[in-house]
Design a protein around this ligand. Structure first.
Ligand code: ADP
Ligand code: GLC
Length: 486
């Protein structure tokens, strides 16, 4: 069989640029696909940090006159794991101080429609007869709203490859005023309910969901949840209609990057067979965060975007009661100003017991996964979630709200699941502060029983969340879309 060629279009890719899980997935899935013989190339915008990290590159194409867009170039380079990288270089749109989606003060860039319109458009150009490259993908794999217009552009182009749209988070839809559709040179005919129109606006995400040949999302449970209210966020009708072309594939983790036995960020490395190092990491974390060096007080960890989705308002609410148990808490995150403020206030009120770091720190995120005893992730909804996977690998059982990918990846600890070896954390239903508090108490109860605690940690660390299984599932979707048999 001819080799399968896939263009993977994404708005972030770790380690070059990352704001959340999409960056992790884009950094690891293409490499896992290449390992099973799929020729994947990544397309990503040339943000300032991406250009800065591009060591060697060649200009492989120029786009002087894509209607509606400023001139741009395509640079070809290589990612870690030797994944070929195509960087969309358009300095007026991408080379700025600030994040990929927002400026330094947290406001969406005013020209996001144009910025991600261009990314979508170029991905489509590379997937059709217009492509200036010798390499022609069999399929274009788009990710979230930022590349949601690609399937629409492909639909109206000549010689188009089929496309899939991977939903990482349905909350972010890329909705813009209706005039934007003209500005981005979408054919007027597609501005309808059977097209890119969504409640009178242009929706990048709706466009992708409507025109893609297949839709994937990042866990089987979330694939079901989004076909209904409230988690369909307005797209549930369309998703339910397309349910036979909707596949949920649980994300994997980069087991090289997230490996307690070889993690350079840790005070001491450890593994399931040699757990002694974990206590050293707890102490190092307590020291770094200014907490009391109390080895026997359970330490709860959080690494998260501080947004309503992540449900940390509930944790902040019960934090004073947690301190009384006693417990310690460390939080790393950025996001909504009010939540940042609340976390910092708690750390001031309970010095020695609560530590908060507002900011983005790869280093500290690894140290929290390793140093905490329990990892807390009470998300209101969670398409997949990666931190609960990392924490299991680091022998730090997660406490989660049983939703989306959290329900698919964490098995609640009961006498039965502990006995049969499946237990890997603590899960609760019913998104209330009381339920979260009761579940943390339950987890701490188990923590106090050394024999059972050891079993639980071992279970966690034995779980296989490597990308290979998920990569095989994506490959199967690609082949199905292409009508190819293996
Ligand atoms: P989401 O993509 O919704 O934010 P995920 O759990 O899928 O949630 O992925 C989040 C990723 O971003 C993880 O790799 C996590 O460690 C990382 N992350 C989130 N906030 C921070 C932060 N403040 N510092 C470092 N890493 C962070
Ligand atoms: C999104 C989701 C998260 C998921 C990640 C990667 O950011 O919020 O649940 O793990 O994408 O797919």
């Amino acid at each position: 069989m001819a080799e399968l060629k896939v263009l993977f279009a994404t708005s972030e890719v770790a380690p070059l640029i990352k704001t959340g899980g999409l960056g992790d997935v884009s950094g690891a899935l293409p490499a896992a696909l290449r390992a099973i013989g799929v020729d994947v190339r990544i397309l990503v915008p040339g943000y300032r940090p991406v250009i800065a990290q591009l060591v060697q590159y060649q200009v492989v194409a120029t786009f002087g006159a894509l209607p509606g867009f400023p001139p741009a170039r395509l640079l070809s380079g290589t990612m870690v794991h030797d994944v070929p990288l195509l960087v969309l270089d358009c300095p007026v749109l991408y080379q700025r101080d600030g994040g990929p989606y927002q400026d330094a003060s947290g406001h969406d860039w005013a020209d996001n429609a144009l910025r991600f319109g261009l990314l979508s458009r170029v991905a489509a150009v590379l997937g059709c007869n217009e492509s200036p490259l010798d390499w022609h993908p069999d399929l274009v794999h788009c990710n979230d709203w930022q590349t949601g217009l690609t399937p629409a552009y492909l639909h109206f182009a000549q010689g188009s490859a089929p496309s899939i749209l991977a939903i990482h988070n349905l909350l972010f839809q890329g909705n813009f005023p209706p005039a934007t559709a003209n500005e981005l040179h979408l054919p007027p005919s597609c501005f309808s309910i059977d097209g890119v129109e969504y409640y009178g606006n242009l929706s990048f995400l709706k466009a992708g969901l409507f025109y893609a040949d297949h839709i994937t999302t990042v866990s089987p449970n979330y694939a079901q949840e989004i076909q209904r209210e409230p988690l369909g966020f307005g797209m549930q009708g369309l998703l339910a209609m397309r349910r036979n072309e909707l596949t949920g594939i649980l994300n994997g983790i980069d087991t090289g990057e997230w490996n307690p036995a070889a993690d350079p960020h840790l005070a001491k490395k450890y593994s399931s067979a040699r757990m002694a190092g974990k206590a050293a990491n707890k102490q190092a974390l307590q020291r770094r965060m200014g907490l009391n060096l109390e080895p026997d007080v359970p330490l709860l960890g959080v690494v998260s975007r501080l947004t309503h989705q992540k449900g940390l308002d509930l944790l902040l609410e019960i934090a004073p009661r947690l301190i009384e148990l006693p417990a310690q808490l460390v939080m790393l995150g950025t996001g909504e100003a009010q939540m940042q403020k609340a976390a910092l206030e708690l750390s001031r009120r309970y010095p020695g017991r609560i530590g908060a770091h507002i900011g983005f720190s790869e280093d500290l995120s690894h140290q929290i996964e390793a140093g905490a005893d329990l990892f807390v992730m009470p998300s209101r909804f969670e398409p997949c979630g990666l931190n609960q996977l990392y924490s299991q690998r680091y022998g730090t059982p997660p406490i989660v709200h049983a939703t989306g990918g959290l329900a698919d990846s964490v098995v609640d600890c009961t006498p039965e699941t502990l006995k049969d070896g499946t237990a890997s954390g603590f899960a609760f239903l019913g998104m209330t502060a009381e339920n979260l508090f009761a579940t943390i108490q339950r987890a701490i109860g188990l923590y106090r029983n050394q024999a059972k605690w050891k079993v639980l940690r071992k279970n966690c660390m034995a779980k296989d969340f490597s990308w290979q299984r998920s990569a095989e599932a994506y490959r199967a979707v690609y082949l199905k879309v292409l009508g190819r048999q293996e």
